[in-house]
Design a protein around this ligand. Structure first.
Ligand code: MG
Length: 379
C-alpha cells in the first residue's frame, strides 16, 4: 500500500489527484490539506477517510474535529508542514497554490520524503536552494507540471546526453492577438483557456505567457540545464507536452490528451507505470499538430523570466511580483496588460539578495510583494 499526503486537495490539480488515486489499486490517502473550501473537504474526508487533515483556519480545524473524532486536525502553515512529516507516508503530493506551497516543499524534503510537485512557485522561488535540500536529504522531486513531466519521461536517465529542452505552450486564450486587441480583455475571457481546465492564477499566467516563463525557470533548476538551452514553441493543440533534444540530434517528445491526470498518475506511480481509466489519445481524429515560434512580445516576457535564472533572489522576486499583480487583476484593480507592465517595472528596481536559508527566501518574497503592492497603489 502506497500512502499519500495530498496538499491542496480542493484545488484543480488536487481534486484530479484524488480522482486518479480513486482509480488506482493499493494507494491510500493518508492526509489531506485544504484552504477555505470546507464543504468540498468534508466530502473528500468522507470518501477517502484520511488519518490527518490540515485546514487554513484554526476555527475550521476545531469545528471539523468535533465532527470527525478519529482524525487528527492541524491548521495554518505550521500545520501544513507538520502533515508533510507524517512517519508512515510514502509520498507528499504538493498542489498548494502560490508561494505558500514552498513551506510544505521544504518540510517534505527536510524530513526525507519524496515530493510530487505541482506547485511550480516552490522551484521558481526556492531555486538551487530547494534542489540542494532534496540532494542533501536523498529525496526525489517528481515533477507534476505537464511540461516537466514530459521532459522527465523523455530524459529517463539520459541527462548527460541532453542538448536542448523544447517546452511547448498552448499560447493561451489570446494566441495570435496583438497588444491593441488585449487592452480591454475581460477576466472571463482570460479564464477561458482553449485546451486546459485550470485554477484562476495559472489561467491568468497562461494568458500573459508568464506561466511559460516560470516554467523555463522551473526547468533550468529541475534539470540543471543552461538557461539558453531551453526553447519554447507554441503548440495550440496541447498534445505534445514538451521535447528533449539529445547531442546526437535525436528528439523525443511525450504526448497525451491535455489532461493533468497523466502527469499526476506518472508522479504517483513512479517508477512503475499502471493502467489508467480515462480517455486515450486519438491522433487520427486530431489530424494536425502545429508548432510556431513565439512572437516578439512573448519572447520579451520569456527573456524577462530567463534572465532571473542563476540569481535565486531575482526568480523569487519575479514570482512574488507576478502573484501580486495577478491577484490585483483578479480583484478588478488593474487591467490585463498592467500585469506584465508591473512585473517589468518592478523587476527593474529589485536588488539581489544572497539566499542562504528559507528565511532569506521569505524575506526576499516579502520585499518584492511590498514593492509591487506600493506600485499598484500609486497607479
Ligand atoms: Mg505547465
Amino acid at each position: 500500500m502506497k500512502k499519500i499526503v495530498v496538499l491542496g486537495s480542493t484545488g484543480s490539480v488536487g481534486t484530479q489527484c484524488l480522482e486518479v488515486i480513486e482509480n488506482l489499486k493499493n494507494f491510500k490517502v493518508i492526509a489531506l490539506s485544504a484552504g477555505n473550501n470546507i464543504e468540498l473537504l468534508e466530502t473528500q474526508i468522507l470518501k477517502f477517510n484520511p488519518d490527518y487533515v490540515c485546514v487554513k483556519n484554526k476555527q475550521d480545524a476545531e469545528k471539523l474535529s468535533k465532527k470527525f473524532k478519529k482524525i487528527i486536525f492541524f491548521s495554518g502553515t505550521q500545520g501544513l508542514c507538520e502533515i508533510t512529516k507524517i512517519k508512515e507516508s510514502d509520498l507528499v503530493f504538493n498542489s498548494v497554490a502560490g508561494f505558500e506551497g514552498i513551506h510544505a516543499s521544504f518540510s517534505t524534503l527536510k524530513s526525507g520524503k519524496n515530493l510530487a510537485l505541482a506547485n511550480k512557485e516552490s522551484i521558481v522561488a526556492g531555486g538551487d536552494f530547494l534542489i540542494n535540500i532534496a540532494k542533501e536529504n536523498n529525496c526525489k522531486i517528481l515533477p507534476v507540471d505537464s511540461e516537466h513531466s514530459a521532459i522527465w519521461q523523455c530524459l529517463s536517465g539520459k541527462e548527460k546526453f541532453l542538448k536542448n529542452l523544447i517546452l511547448t505552450a498552448s499560447g493561451g486564450p489570446f494566441f495570435g492577438k496583438n497588444k491593441k486587441e488585449l487592452e480591454n480583455v475581460s477576466l472571463k475571457g482570460v479564464l477561458k483557456h482553449p485546451t486546459w481546465n485550470m485554477g484562476a492564477k495559472i489561467s491568468v499566467d497562461s494568458a500573459t505567457m508568464m506561466n511559460k516563463g516560470l516554467e523555463i525557470i522551473e526547468a533550468a533548476y529541475l534539470f540543471n540545464i543552461n538557461k539558453n538551452s531551453i526553447d519554447v514553441l507554441i503548440h495550440p493543440q496541447s498534445i505534445v507536452h514538451s521535447m528533449v533534444e539529445f547531442i546526437d540530434g535525436n528528439i523525443l517528445a511525450q504526448m497525451s490528451t491535455p489532461s493533468m491526470k497523466f502527469p499526476i498518475q506518472h508522479a504517483l506511480t513512479y517508477p512503475e507505470r499502471l493502467n489508467y481509466s480515462w480517455g486515450s489519445l486519438n491522433l487520427a481524429s486530431i489530424k494536425n499538430l502545429s508548432f510556431y515560434e513565439p512572437d516578439f512580445d512573448t519572447q520579451e516576457i520569456l527573456n524577462l523570466c530567463r534572465d532571473t535564472i542563476g540569481d535565486a533572489s531575482f526568480s523569487c522576486a519575479l514570482n512574488a511580483i507576478n502573484e501580486v499583480a495577478v491577484n490585483a487583476f483578479l480583484q478588478g484593480k488593474i487591467k490585463f496588460l498592467d500585469i506584465i507592465n508591473i512585473v517589468k517595472r518592478s523587476m527593474d528596481k529589485i536588488n539581489s539578495i544572497k539566499i542562504k536559508s528559507i528565511e532569506d527566501i521569505i524575506y526576499c518574497d516579502k520585499i518584492a510583494r511590498e514593492f509591487a503592492n506600493n506600485f499598484i497603489l500609486k497607479k
